[in-house]
Design a protein. Structure first.
Length: 259
């Protein structure tokens, strides 16, 4: 039986801070933010709770982060929810993660629609349970016509696997005479990797103190600003998100050149 963590983590907004009174230069805001949501298990262990509690608390943090991204005027948010390597975890833990996916969309789809959020997915979702695939299909249909914040969930996603798929696709096009070898350039590869009309991330955030990218959007984050947070993902708050965005606006992005 799945434990009822709602009695502990209710998913209400974490802060009453009036961020509307804080001025941010809208021209310097990151258009696309990618987040590696790390530390659920360690958060739970530190509190003497089962890992499932950490994952549920992580879902609450994810919900608030989506709200914050929408409130702050971010155009796209990509969340690393389940990697191709995560299949190595215990089966019961993986099953609980799919349960949480269903719970999140059942509880939040109406708010997402009201906020004009469009949902999309990265990764091979064909490997997910059939009920999860139905949940994903429903979320895609209900938000397909929205044109506000785009939220991408990276599920069963690995950047190396993604690059291999693109290389195979281009190789087949070359074989079929659709693409000439001289046409294989960065722009072509980027166009193949650009999913759902979302540009490359401007800012990559990782929680839990680890400073690595863990096979996430390797091509796309070539010039992204990296921001590492010591707090575990369940403790990632609207304030910490705001701090990351503020730090980004103060950085000078030169893309290898000079200003």
């Amino acid at each position: 039986m799945v434990p009822d963590w709602k009695a502990i983590f209710r998913g209400t907004p974490q802060s009453e801070t009036n961020f509307a009174t804080v001025e941010l230069d809208s021209d310097r805001l990151p258009k696309h933010i990618a987040i590696i949501m790390d530390g659920n298990g360690r958060w739970a262990r530190a509190k003497g709770l089962p890992r499932a509690a950490g994952h549920h608390a992580g879902m609450v943090a994810m919900r608030e982060t989506i709200r914050a991204a929408d409130d702050f005027g971010i155009q796209a948010l990509t969340l690393y929810a389940f990697s191709t390597e995560n299949w190595k975890r215990p089966r019961t833990e993986i099953q609980y993660l799919w349960y949480l996916l269903d719970e999140f969309f059942q509880a939040d789809i109406n708010e997402l629609v009201e906020r004009n959020v469009r949902i999309s997915f990265l990764g091979d979702i064909s490997k997910l349970p059939s009920y999860s695939q139905k949940t994903i299909g429903s979320a895609l249909r209900k938000t397909a016509n929205n044109d506000g914040l785009i939220v991408q969930f990276a599920l069963n996603y690995g950047s190396r696997a993604e690059l291999v798929d693109v290389i195979r696709m281009i190789a087949q096009d070359v074989k079929d005479g659709k693409v000439d070898l001289t046409e294989i350039e960065e722009a072509l590869i980027s166009s193949c990797l650009c999913k759902n009309g979302v540009p490359d991330p401007d800012l990559l955030i990782r929680t839990s103190g680890d400073q690595r990218v863990s096979n996430f959007l390797l091509w796309q984050i070539a010039y992204a600003e990296l921001y590492f947070v010591d707090e575990m993902w369940p403790d990632f708050s609207r304030e910490l998100f705001f701090e990351a965005i503020t730090a980004y606006t103060k950085r000078e992005r030169r893309f290898g050149g000079l200003k």
